[in-house]
Design a protein around this ligand. Structure first.
Ligand code: C2E
Ligand code: MG
Ligand code: MG
Length: 560
């Protein structure tokens, strides 16, 4: 077979869909192909005979090149992401493979690269699979991290500013569940294309996993960033038609600016993720720029949640119950008490229920929490030896979210049985805010508790939005006036009239009224004159341990 003329080799190299450069051992550039000229903007005259470092962006530190040469020597090849500079001065990332070529006359090096800044895979090689997301063609997490590391190094040298965005599609799981994965995939592809179209050349977009995307964008100031975020939202939230159905997407975005919000790639990515989490917590469909204070708060919440989970499962002894006596305001006799949960964590110390109860509600731990409460209360009750303690109301707080939980009845059964066996009155308190959203089924459950002899109290009354019509139909027996109204009780003031109105409503609906948070004599007197039935507050008695209650309150049974 005749040997191939050199012009054929040259033509083949020039039509290669990758940029190619050959360099001597020294190294000096001795050949570039057509794609090289197109990608870099350099022509033969600019680079032939020069060191390959003429292409370098200044992004990578000297160690980077040392490692590259070491790998070439030891493994016979090197490949990875490298940032180079085009003739125009623009720096850009490329996926570069270098390997030595040995001929009879000596050795030279071949460098083949593709421009990865376009965020698009042009082939399906192994490298492409390892660094690109096959569905959207965007860079994957590994490649994104490479980009980010290089960008941080570059930023540190040139003082160029940029931001990392963390973009998460809201309610994506629901779309997948309802419309199938094929439809979900098309939404992700649409999202990838939209993101690419709004971002500028030189910005990097990646799909990190599932419905999580990230981007490195050129934005030096918060104003620039906010402007960009507005563009992203506008583009992403316009309706999209997929499989003949119109979708309205919603995204939560977190942003971290370099260098203010992180000085390493890992820090920037983590902080943009935290900011995205704040956006989710703020109700989704919005963007948040990283704030150290917010993140500290978020970290505390996370730490507390993890601790709560652990303690509920493994260390129930960290929980205890205190009891706050309640009095008949007319006669001054003690009529009952409210059980209040306490949590002392060995490291975090005392955590107030105002903090851990909502946390348990949000993280699906409220069933376990009420379980711990009831077991503690039952243990305390069992120590009660004297039979001559008169009838008492024993109230516990139940989260309204639990009413929907079918397991609540089983949880409450022993509490109801034990209290009633002692001739005591079981009461459950449910905060007004949540009570208003209950479905009819839940109201039936409350009625069922009522039939079992439980009294139902509306806690923190006055803070929610009860309509009188709704209230009238609720199977409740007691209204607890929120302590913010009680604390402002003074003769003739507006809040006094609110309390008067609440007492009147209760009377009209034949409900008992309890005032909570009584802190002084004046408040107690006003409430008594208003004919409020029961009262509770620091002025009357503070929440106390079971031992104190049995020693000092139950046998005395009288107001101080
Ligand atoms: P709540 O049910 O309205 O309980 C009354 C709260 O007011 C208690 O706070 C009590 O210590 C406090 N308090 C009582 N008298 C006074 C007073 O005169 N002045 C002032 N400033 N405060 C007074 P605590 O124990 O911190 O509980 C806060 C909230 O946490 C409770 O409000 C209740 O909503 C929730 N909670 C407490 N224990 C439990 C529980 O076992 N389960 C559930 N689901 N929630 C609980
Ligand atoms: Mg309560
Ligand atoms: Mg209350």
């Amino acid at each position: 077979m005749p040997s191939l003329p050199e012009s054929h080799y040259r033509a083949a190299f020039d039509q290669l869909p990758h940029a190619m450069m050959l360099a001597t051992d020294e190294p000096r550039i001795m050949y570039i192909n057509e794609m090289f000229r197109r990608v870099t903007g350099y022509h033969e005259g600019d680079v032939i005979g020069h060191r390959p470092s003429v292409l370098s962006s200044g992004v990578h530190p000297p160690e980077f090149y040392r490692d590259m040469w070491a790998s070439l020597t030891s493994k016979g090849h090197w490949e990875g992401v490298i940032w180079n500079r085009r003739k125009s001065g623009e720096t850009y990332p490329q996926w570069l493979s270098i390997y030595p070529v040995q001929t009879g006359e000596g050795r030279f090096y071949a460098g083949v690269f593709s421009d990865v800044g376009e965020n698009r895979v042009s082939n399906e090689s192994i490298t492409a699979l390892a660094y690109y997301d096959p569905l959207t063609g965007l860079a994957n997490r590994s490649l994104f991290q490479e980009f980010l590391k290089a960008r941080v190094t570059q930023g540190a040298r040139s003082e160029s500013r940029f931001a990392v965005l963390f973009i998460d599609l809201d309610f994506f799981k629901g779309v997948n569940d309802l419309h199938g994965h094929a439809c979900g995939d098309r939404i992700l592809v649409h999202m990838a294309a939209t993101l690419r179209s709004v971002l500028r050349e030189g910005d990097i977009v990646a799909r990190l996993s599932g419905d999580e995307f990230a981007a490195i964008v050129n934005a030096g100031t918060s104003e620039e960033l906010e402007h960009l975020l507005r563009r992203i939202f506008q583009a992403l939230t316009s309706p999209v038609v997929i499989e003949g159905r119109e979708f309205f997407l919603s995204v939560s975005v977190g942003a971290a600016l370099f260098p203010g919000h992180g000085q390493t790639a890992a820090e920037l990515l983590q902080n943009s993720d935290r900011a995205m989490f704040s956006a989710k917590q703020a109700g989704r469909g919005c963007a948040r720029i990283y704030s150290a204070a917010e993140s500290k708060e978020g970290m505390r919440t996370q730490r507390l949640t993890e601790a709560l989970q652990g303690s509920l499962k493994l260390s129930p002894e960290e929980f205890s119950v205190v009891y706050q006596p309640q009095y008949d305001l007319q006669s001054g006799t003690m009529t009952g008490m409210e059980a209040l949960l306490r949590w002392t964590h060995p490291v975090l110390g005392d955590v107030p229920p105002g903090e851990f109860v909502p946390m348990a509600e949000q993280r699906g731990l409220i069933h376990e929490l009420t379980g711990v409460l009831i077991r503690r209360v039952l243990t305390d009750l069992q120590t009660l030896s004297s039979d001559n303690v008169g009838p008492m109301v024993l109230a516990i707080n139940i989260s309204a979210r639990q009413i929907t939980d079918g397991r609540l009845a089983d949880l409450l059964a022993p509490f109801i049985r034990e209290t009633r066996q002692r001739g005591w009155q079981p009461e459950i308190e449910i905060t007004e805010t949540h009570l208003m959203n209950l479905a009819p089924l839940c109201l039936q459950r409350l009625e069922e508790f009522g039939r079992q002899g439980v009294r139902v109290a509306i806690d923190d009354f006055g803070t929610g939005y009860s309509s009188l019509a709704y209230l009238h139909n609720l199977p409740v027996h007691v209204l607890k006036i929120d302590r913010q109204f009680v604390s402002r009780l003074q003769e003739g003031c507006r809040d006094s009239r609110i309390v008067t109105a609440i007492v009147a409503i209760a009377e009209a609906m034949q409900l008992e009224v309890v005032a909570e948070g009584i802190e002084d004599e004046l408040q107690r007197r006003i409430l008594r004159e208003m004919r409020c039935h029961r009262g509770q507050g620091f002025f009357l008695a503070r929440p106390s341990s079971w031992a104190t209650i049995t020693d000092h309150f139950l046998d005395v049974g009288q107001l101080k």
